[in-house]
Ligand binder design. Structure first.
Ligand code: PMT
Length: 408
């Protein structure tokens, strides 16, 4: 039996591409059912989609007497996925806030399906904080975004906001449907969040990590079928579901937690911002205010470097948080810590990195490959990282113990 997918078309000039998308998806052996908002009908007609899919289109208006009253519930029955393409700022905002003011939105809220979305809008609209916040909220709830990309937009401007091309969206849908459990059987250990070192019972030394990047890696790995252990320090985000959670707040606690879980993992991804130093003798009582004070700091052990000594065929991946000479600094860490791969991100930018719902990175591998991961939600970046880690793990199977990389 064919897999069914719901294609939700919204009001955008890119609507005409949805017709090609429907044809492409059907060409992959899927049964495509189309739902259209009333704005979508200003750009392309339901008849086009009825002709392409051979089935009725769910239209936005509420059913008239005599029409099926429960269409918004029944339309999606038996489907495996809902894809919104093109996805306007309007539908993303409504979906993020649970608005169900027509049959299409009601169907989206009631369907209980995994949702993918391919945004299409003007650059300024896309970058508007409200739209970015809606995208982040939806991504956190599990909506998978494909694109947008940069290019010439219908409004005559050039920039981010162009709907991803039809082939790429089709490939992402097929991957989600077919490869959903592609990490089944793998044990993935992830670290996330910012470690904090006590100075006294009320003060600490810490960093700006929110834990969003590590949480995204854990969430995506679990969604793709892996058995996931998340070692979490201080987190300012929802903890992902379906993972075994271990709390480790200081650098030494994280060292112990990772050391304990490492022998039982196949892939380690360290996205946590581990404190490089700790206060040698934290005060037992709150330190009284003085004009100045000094702290004796001692170096925390390097967790990655120490577990990588015993890595065998496991894949060990680190993140590099850099503010200058990113590539050179990241490459140095890759070698010095004996990693299989490192994900270098620029933490001096406000629109990615610390605290942001988005990231952009350069991925370097032990065997000299370099991949650019374009700015995208942290879930998308996490998937790219997991794709590479899983590919290395598969390649490692059956190989003898890899040699330690030569330190420079
Ligand atoms: O948490 P978010 O707000 O989402 O932000 C994400 C992030 C910017 C924190 C994340 O993408 C990131 O870059 N994480 C790594 C932060 C870091 O500590 O980078 P580093 O370059 O100092 O360390 C390199 C690697 O060594 C990291 O994988 C780190 O976990 C690891 N490390 C560091 C120190 C230490 N003592 N032991 C370690 O294993």
């Amino acid at each position: 039996m064919k897999d069914t997918i719901i294609l939700v078309v919204t009001g955008s000039v890119a609507g005409y591409k949805a017709a090609e998308l429907a044809r492409n998806l059907a060409g992959k052996g899927l049964r495509v059912k189309v739902a259209m908002t009333s704005a979508a009908e200003k750009f392309v007609t339901p008849l086009t989609f009825e002709a392409l899919t051979g089935g009725p289109v769910l239209r936005a208006g509420f059913p008239q007497p005599g029409e099926e009253p429960m269409a918004h519930i029944n339309f999606s029955r038996g489907a495996r996925l809902a894809l919104i393409a093109p996805a306007t700022a309007d539908i993303l905002g409504k979906l993020a806030h649970g608005v169900a003011d027509d049959s299409v939105l009601s169907m989206l809220l009631a369907c209980g399906l995994p949702v993918m979305a391919a945004p299409a809008m003007n650059t300024q609209m896309y970058k508007h904080p409200a739209v970015q916040a809606n995208i982040a909220l939806l991504a956190e709830r599990g909506v998978e975004f494909v694109g947008p990309t940069s290019g010439a937009l219908a409004c005559g401007e050039e920039g981010e906001g162009k709907m991803e091309d039809v082939e790429t969206i089709t490939a992402a849908v097929m991957k989600r449907l077919g490869g959903e459990r592609d990490l089944a059987g793998m044990r993935v250990l992830v670290t996330a969040g910012g470690c904090r070192e006590p100075i006294d019972p009320v003060r600490y030394m810490g960093n700006r990590s929110s834990g969003k990047m590590g949480a995204a890696v854990a969430r995506m790995a679990a969604r793709r079928g892996a058995q996931v252990t998340l070692v979490a320090a201080h987190m300012e985000t929802h903890l992902p579901e379906g993972v075994a959670l271990v709390r480790a707040y200081t650098g030494m606690e994280m060292r112990d937690a990772v050391g304990d879980a490492f022998p039982r993992c196949d892939i380690l991804v360290m996205a946590a911002a581990v404190t490089d130093y700790r206060v040698e003798h934290p005060a037992g009582e709150k330190v009284k205010k003085k004009d100045s004070m000094s702290l004796d700091l001692i170096r925390n052990p390097d967790i990655l470097a120490s577990v990588a000594l015993e890595k065998g065929n496991r894949v060990v991946a680190g993140f590099a948080a850099e503010t200058e000479d990113h590539l050179a600094a990241g490459r140095k860490k890759l070698v010095a810590k004996n990693l299989d791969m490192i994900v270098i991100n620029d933490v001096s930018r406000g629109d990615i990195g610390f605290g942001s719902d988005f990231n952009e990175a350069t991925l370097l591998t032990r065997d000299g490959r370099k991949m650019e991961i374009a700015r995208a939600t942290k879930d998308s970046v996490a998937n790219a990282v997991l794709d590479e880690a899983a590919a290395i793990w598969r390649a490692n199977q059956g190989r003898k113990k890899p040699e330690a990389a030569e330190a420079s």
